[in-house]
Design a binder for this molecule. Structure first.
Ligand SMILES: [Zn+2]
Length: 128
């Protein structure tokens, strides 16, 4: 595990996340991720730290309102959020990580259009 840093486009929102250098992320095709091209790196809360920009974040919710879609009120970028599958953790957008620490990025498709079939228990596990 190493520390990656990242943030939004304008730089108000900055965070660090503890994850392997070789990342496995998922590309979701649901109504919101598909439009944004979001690449999910899901981590437990204790591996994520918001460094700045808490006051810049706006929250968007829809459908079950479980997921908290957090975006920067200045630049509009969603660099991380609280996913419906892991409401006690975070999903970091791998596209928003700073260059230099990710040695390999493998992208796995995720069928979020049938979310309930993917998560019959109503939530997901954390990858190791
Ligand atoms: Zn911003």
């Amino acid at each position: 595990m190493i520390t990656h840093t990242g943030g939004c486009h304008c730089g108000r929102v900055r965070f660090e996340v503890l994850a392997p250098a070789k990342l496995e992320v998922s590309e979701c095709n649901c109504s919101i991720c598909g439009k944004a091209g979001y690449l999910h790196l899901v981590v437990p809360a204790d591996r994520f730290k918001l460094l700045s920009g808490g006051d810049a974040l706006k929250t968007y919710t829809f459908n079950t309102h479980t997921a908290k879609h957090l975006f920067c009120s200045t630049c509009g970028i969603k660099s991380f959020y609280v996913p419906r599958s892991h409401p006690d953790g975070f999903s970091v957008n791998a596209r928003c990580l700073d260059r230099g620490t990710v040695s390999d990025l493998s992208i796995r498709p995720f069928n979020g259009r049938e979310w309930e079939k993917q998560y019959p228990e109503g939530r997901g596990e954390y990858p190791q």
